[in-house]
Design a protein around this ligand. Structure first.
Ligand code: NAG
Ligand code: NAG
Ligand code: NAG
Ligand code: NAG
Ligand code: NAG
Ligand code: NAG
Ligand code: NAG
Ligand code: NAG
Ligand code: NAG
Ligand code: NAG
Length: 646
């Protein structure tokens, strides 16, 4: 009946105002919501880690490689005709950094001072601002003289900052680490800059020097050494997310044996960290290692959702049941490293790294998307259960999650539902969680519209996705997220994925945030705006509603209150309406006379935010006065997302 009425409206198209909906929000009877609700999902994809959130400015700082992505000299160029070569010395800087950069005098090196060296172009640029940069580099070889370190323009060679570092004498065998600081007096007009290190070839004893672990950091978030890029953290922090799922995603699985995620190789001094071929076409440095993740959670007040490796690679390789135990033990060691007292073997290692106080882990996810790449059969047969049993035996308080949904597993296990869909696909799943039994709990660890509407309403995997979230898709995500909010407490929380994309080198679009080396380009997507509105207007107790005036859709909503602030809250999205939708909301037992209404909309349903582009999301804030009956009346346009709050 409702459907027929809608189609009549479409056919004649005469009404400019749709069905008025009157919604009564009960005072009692709802459910407490999950404390997490909205959060963040992170893995190193799209150079969102190395070359993105990880503030290191030098690309390929330690020449680390693997059989998948061999060591190379990407990012480097010779200065003054120097000859650059990758070499494995008999005495490398460390076992995890076997290759280094040899810099030798070239035959055409005839400049007066004999200065030679190399330049690193950063992650497709280096931002230069008047602020303190802290750097270091390691050298092996015999040299008497200075090193000149500078930040300079690649286009004009203008030098923005320079430091002289004296060599500590004629060393032969040992690697020596030098530290330096750079303090530009002004900003460079663009990011086409390099870090350049030169030295006087006349002071060489053996004709060349070896370099490794060449590093430069701008100021970082919370001034953490080895820390995170401030503007990208700020873009995340504004969302007020409550959890962080890490370190993947596909990246926790690994491309092929033996490259599983070895947490123990991501902690400690940088020179002891191993690199790893990521799932995303490049070698990752593990500069953001387990401890950096935990500091990140602490600094932003995020609940860690720790994904652990579970015996399955993206190459379809699976560890057999009889060989699995060492890997399960490794996960228990990891949990002890994080949570154990300083008197436990792994807790004492953590303490020795400067972190005596144990962290608390409440959520562990076993693997990632084990329904894919030949993982499902063994996941069901033995892998999940083995990890589940081992973890819950030692840590009964933990929520242990399956990396998929709908699997027959232990009743207490939670699941992780990933959804990449079309706008219509998300809207049609508004009711998805209504069907889910109350005993099931799920995370929605990856949510994103990746494909335009089409007749079969399906995602064409393998064909290019849009570069940026676009408005109609972001509204559709809002509809889906409202469906989740209505179903708290079945839902642990939701996060968009992927979070970051460096637009100069990437594997997957669209993403929540796009960026390049220039922090003024960092772009908050249309989906970012939607999530921010929903996340920062937190409902702690959802409330049942009754309504008259039409079916759910084109208006979708959830109602509740925030018991910390006393606000009544109504969140809504409009999708597929031919006209504005008049809404009346009546909060039972609410005496407030005024409510704030925030409406997000856009002039163009296909519009995207992108680096350097205009803001396409319009934010309108209205003050709505209660009518004589105490209800709030307003109207919402097609393709809008709104929050009414007393
Ligand atoms: C240097 O060491 C790496 C890592 O062990 C190895 O893959 C590479 O083949 C070596 N290169 C040379 C030139 O020996
Ligand atoms: C940076 O400058 C160099 C030298 O002028 C030029 O070749 C290169 O294309 C520039 N890169 C970018 C990203 O503008
Ligand atoms: C890290 O732990 C794994 C599993 O226990 C082990 O195979 C690997 O050798 C360790 N890495 C180092 C550098 O000790
Ligand atoms: C709920 O969990 C059960 C197993 O406990 C599973 O069989 C079912 O498919 C789950 N339902 C959904 C919608 O995830
Ligand atoms: C939106 O409207 C279009 C065109 O009428 C229809 O094909 C589509 O199924 C609708 N989507 C939803 C989620 O209702
Ligand atoms: C609260 O949860 C119960 C199941 O425990 C469910 O039947 C009810 O619809 C939920 N109420 C709201 C307002 O979501
Ligand atoms: C909403 O509440 C009013 C009284 O406050 C009542 O008259 C009306 O019937 C209710 N409507 C619905 C759909 O529950
Ligand atoms: C309303 O929104 C739908 C998508 O939900 C869009 O396809 C349609 O063009 C919009 N209609 C109007 C009249 O703006
Ligand atoms: C939006 O893009 C879709 C294809 O992705 C196209 O069919 C539609 O016409 C576009 N709408 C507008 C208003 O440009
Ligand atoms: C409504 O907005 C005004 C202006 O931004 C603000 O001062 C007030 O606190 C808001 N009220 C509520 C209930 O959020």
């Amino acid at each position: 009946m409702g459907k027929m009425w809608h189609s009549i409206l479409v056919v004649f198209g005469v009404l400019s105002v749709g069905n008025a909906i009157t919604i009564n929000v009960s005072q009692n009877g709802g459910n407490k919501t999950s404390p997490l609700q909205y959060g963040l999902m992170f893995e190193d994809i799209n150079h969102g880690g190395d070359g993105g959130l990880y503030a290191e400015l030098v690309r390929n700082r330690a020449f680390q490689g693997s059989t998948v992505y061999p060591a190379n000299l990407d990012g480097y160029e010779p200065v003054n005709g120097a000859i650059l070569a990758l070499q494995n010395l008999s005495k490398p800087l460390s076992p995890s950094m076997p290759s280094s950069l040899n810099v030798a005098k070239g035959s055409n090196n005839n400049n007066n001072h004999g200065l030679i060296g190399f330049a690193n172009e950063g992650w497709w640029g280096i931002e230069v601002k008047p602020q303190k940069y802290a750097g270091s580099f390691c050298v092996q070889g015999a040299y008497e003289g200075d090193f000149d370190v500078s930040l300079q323009s690649k286009i004009t060679q203008e030098v923005f900052a320079t430091a002289k570092v004296k060599s500590s004498g004629a060393q032969h065998k040992d690697w020596i680490q030098y530290k330096y600081e750079l303090l530009p007096k002004k900003s460079a007009s663009n990011t086409n800059n390099t870090l350049t290190i030169t030295f006087d070839s006349k002071g060489l004893k053996d004709g060349s020097l070896n370099f490794n672990l060449i590093s430069l950091f701008p100021p970082t978030y919370n001034n953490r050494p080895n820390g995170l890029r401030i503007d990208l953290v700020e873009a995340m922090a504004e969302l007020e997310g409550k959890f962080l799922r890490f370190p993947g995603g596909s990246d926790v699985e690994g491309v092929q044996a033996p490259y599983w995620y070895k947490w123990n190789e991501t902690v400690g001094d940088l020179k002891d960290r191993y690199s790893r071929p990521s799932a995303w076409t490049y070698e990752e440095s593990n500069g953001i290692g387990l401890i950096e993740y935990m500091n990140w959670c602490d600094d932003m007040g995020l609940e860690p959702i720790l994904a652990v490796w579970d015996g399955h690679y993206l190459s379809n390789e699976v560890i057999s049941e009889s060989d699995l135990q060492p890997y399960i033990d490794d996960t228990l060691n990891q949990l002890e490293f994080l949570m154990g007292g300083p008197d436990t073997p792994y807790g004492s290692w953590r303490a020795s790294l400067g972190y005596p106080k144990p962290w608390q882990i409440n959520y562990v996810e076993i693997g990632n998307e084990d329904n894919l790449y030949g993982g499902l059969e063994t996941y069901i047969a033995y892998r999940f259960q083995a990890y589940y049993d081992a973890i819950t035996a030692k840590y009964p308080h933990m929520t242990v999650m399956e990396s998929l949904t709908g699997m027959p597993g232990p009743a207490a296990a939670a699941s992780d539902y990933h959804q990449y869909s079309t706008p219509d696909g998300f809207v049609s799943q508004f009711n998805y969680f209504d069907q889910m039994p109350v005993t099931n709990r799920t995370l929605n660890g990856e949510v994103a519209t990746v494909y335009p509407n089409n007749p079969s309403n399906s995602v064409a995997w393998g064909s290019p996705f849009p570069l940026y979230p676009w408005w109609i898709g972001s509204v559709a995500e809002a509809v889906f997220l409202l469906g989740e909010e209505r179903n708290s407490p079945k839902i642990i929380g939701a996060s968009y994925a992927p979070m970051f994309r460096n637009i100069n080198n990437w594997q997957w679009s669209p993403t929540l945030i796009a960026f390049d080396a220039d922090s003024s380009h960092t772009s908050r997507s249309t989906s970012w705006h939607v999530i921010k509105l929903l996340s920062t207007n937190k409902i702690t107790q959802n409330l049942p509603t009754t309504w008259s005036g039409g079916d759910i859709g084109p208006l979708y909503w959830v109602a509740g209150r925030n018991d910390n602030t006393g606000s009544n809250i109504f969140k809504a999205a409009v999708y597929n309406s031919t006209s504005d939708v008049p809404v009346t909301v009546n909060f039972a037992g609410c005496n407030a006379k005024i409510a704030n209404l925030t409406i997000l909309s856009s002039d163009d349903p296909n519009a995207s935010n992108y680096p350097g582009g205009p803001e396409v999301v319009k934010t309108e804030i209205q003050s709505v006065t209660a009518n004589a009956q105490g209800a709030f009346e307003f109207s919402l346009p097609n393709l809008s997302v709104a929050v009414l709050k007393t």
